[in-house]
Ligand binder design. Structure first.
Ligand SMILES: [Zn+2]
Length: 50
């Protein structure tokens, strides 16, 4: 599973495989933005990482 990167509009950056990104970003948006993202919403934000 290739690693991907997600850059939140607030400056938060998460890297990892799909499972790591979902955990990291769901936790981030819950804590910082008081939002709930589904797995599909998180993965839709992911960009390939070289
Ligand atoms: Zn953020």
């Amino acid at each position: 599973m290739p690693n991907k990167v997600i850059r939140c509009y607030c400056g938060f950056v998460a890297e990892g495989d799909d499972g790591q990104l979902v955990v990291a970003v769901q936790g981030h948006v819950r804590e910082v933005h008081q939002m709930e993202y589904t797995r599909e919403q998180v993965l839709a934000m992911a960009e390939p990482l070289d």
